[in-house]
Design a protein around this ligand. Sequence first.
Ligand SMILES: *[C@@H]1O[C@H](CO)[C@@H](O)[C@H](O)[C@H]1NC(C)=O
Ligand SMILES: *[C@@H]1O[C@H](CO)[C@@H](O)[C@H](O)[C@H]1NC(C)=O
Ligand SMILES: *[C@@H]1O[C@H](CO)[C@@H](O)[C@H](O)[C@H]1NC(C)=O
Ligand SMILES: *[C@@H]1O[C@H](CO)[C@@H](O)[C@H](O)[C@H]1NC(C)=O
Ligand SMILES: *[C@@H]1O[C@H](CO)[C@@H](O)[C@H](O)[C@H]1NC(C)=O
Length: 455
Amino acid sequence: MERGWPHEKGFLFSLILHLVLQGRGDTSINCSGFDRHGVDPAAFQAVFARKAFRPVLNCSSPTHVNISFTLSAILEVDAHLQLMTSFLWLNVIWHNPFMTWNPEACGGIRKLSIAAENLWLPDIFIEEFMDVDQTPPGLMVYVTNEGRIKYDKPMQVISVCKLDIFYFPFDQQNCTLTFGSFVYTVENMVLAMEKDVQEISNTSLSLIRSHGEWVLLSIHQRAKKMVVGTNQYDQIIFHVAIRRRPSLYVINLLVPSSFLVAIDALSFYLPAESGNRAPFKITLLLGYNVFLLMMNDLLPASGTPLISVYFALCLSLMVLSLLETVFITYLLHLATTEPPPMPEWFHSLLLLCTCPGKRCPTAPHKEQKGLALTPTHLPGLKEPVELVGKMPRCGQAEPKEHPESTRAQREHEAQEQHLVGVWVQFSHMMDTLLFRLYLLFLVSSILTVTVLWTT
Ligand SMILES: *[C@@H]1O[C@H](CO)[C@@H](O)[C@H](O)[C@H]1NC(C)=O
Ligand SMILES: *[C@@H]1O[C@H](CO)[C@@H](O)[C@H](O)[C@H]1NC(C)=O
Ligand SMILES: *[C@@H]1O[C@H](CO)[C@@H](O)[C@H](O)[C@H]1NC(C)=O
Ligand SMILES: *[C@@H]1O[C@H](CO)[C@@H](O)[C@H](O)[C@H]1NC(C)=O
Ligand SMILES: *[C@@H]1O[C@H](CO)[C@@H](O)[C@H](O)[C@H]1NC(C)=O
């Protein structure tokens, strides 16, 4: 057979042929002397030489590959790029029929470690993987005397994950890790679970090192066959459920903005006439804008989470309350400088609304001189108050000695004064009414947002 070959090449060829034939005939490894002289590399040459091919005796039979993993950290979840970065230990177990030996022949050696690069490795990949594989070089595998190979590798998995940030910061995500083979169809490679998924979940939960933003909730698994054209690929899908720790966001986002809104609501108790209310509210609004600018980094950059709606709601509440203050200030200004005439029906309605009892006087007629609608808090209104002081009291008899002209003028002044009082009263009523509407809106929107968050 080697007659036509140069001498040394022929010898080498015959050696390889011998080894291959040895491998084909009796697939087990001659392990004698391993316990005394250490492992003989020559004994494994035949197996190592086969590493380019799937190790099966009959090419029609599939390789059964069992997989399992342990999730040891959830490093980052990027809502903008929709990526989850996690760290896991992947365990791959398969059977190599050429890697068997008789442990009795070598002093009971049942397990050996071999550099992984010498062996055929199943090409298990994660479908969602979005990065180059950074598997460190020089990994080892464990081989048992029955040919069971156990290969563990650490992986930093940057996987694409459909993130739904609507409930941010109270959101839960469900990320998928799909394990499968690149090239081997289901006729050549069959995947199975090495461990129960509950066990994987339990181990990961107890092992997880990071105490970051994300908490692992559970891992679920299902098997699937992916069909591409006429080929079927075996896949195992893991659903990793994770939950965000919301405390950072509650403290930094929700609490300050709630305080600002609460202060805004309380500022309605500043008297509208004092003129302090509008500047106060403008300051609050400015402060809130600065807060929003600063906290923009904490918010997810994509999508519209409920918290953005909440912030927009807070901002619009503040703007509304500022507008209300402007309106009331204008109304008060109008009432005290040039009160427009008030329709009789409106006046009666106002009286009906403000004083349901009988203590209030009706609209001023010729003979009525009382003025119960005295503006109470009017620091800027010296003149009308003085006028009120000069007014004859209700039920007091009018002095008879005044001339007619003075009497008419007084009556006119009284009427004007009354009008001012009614307008001021109306402004206060509007203020109270709008404040109640504001409170109603505030409470209902907060309730809505809370209900949406908790469901
Ligand atoms: C195994 O190898 C030893 C020498 O290393 C040899 O003496 C022995 O005959 C071999 N056994 C078999 C079954 O080939
Ligand atoms: C190889 O496997 C196929 C199907 O599993 C079977 O039909 C065939 O007989 C096997 N060949 C040998 C030599 O065992
Ligand atoms: C793979 O796991 C199954 C049970 O899930 C087991 O029967 C089989 O022997 C395992 N295969 C290997 C190569 O460990
Ligand atoms: C995750 O999503 C998949 C479907 O995409 C679903 O079957 C599974 O039940 C979900 N898991 C959890 C824990 O929500
Ligand atoms: C996982 O843990 C739960 C409780 O934490 C326990 O009930 C269950 O039996 C465990 N499962 C396994 C496979 O260890």
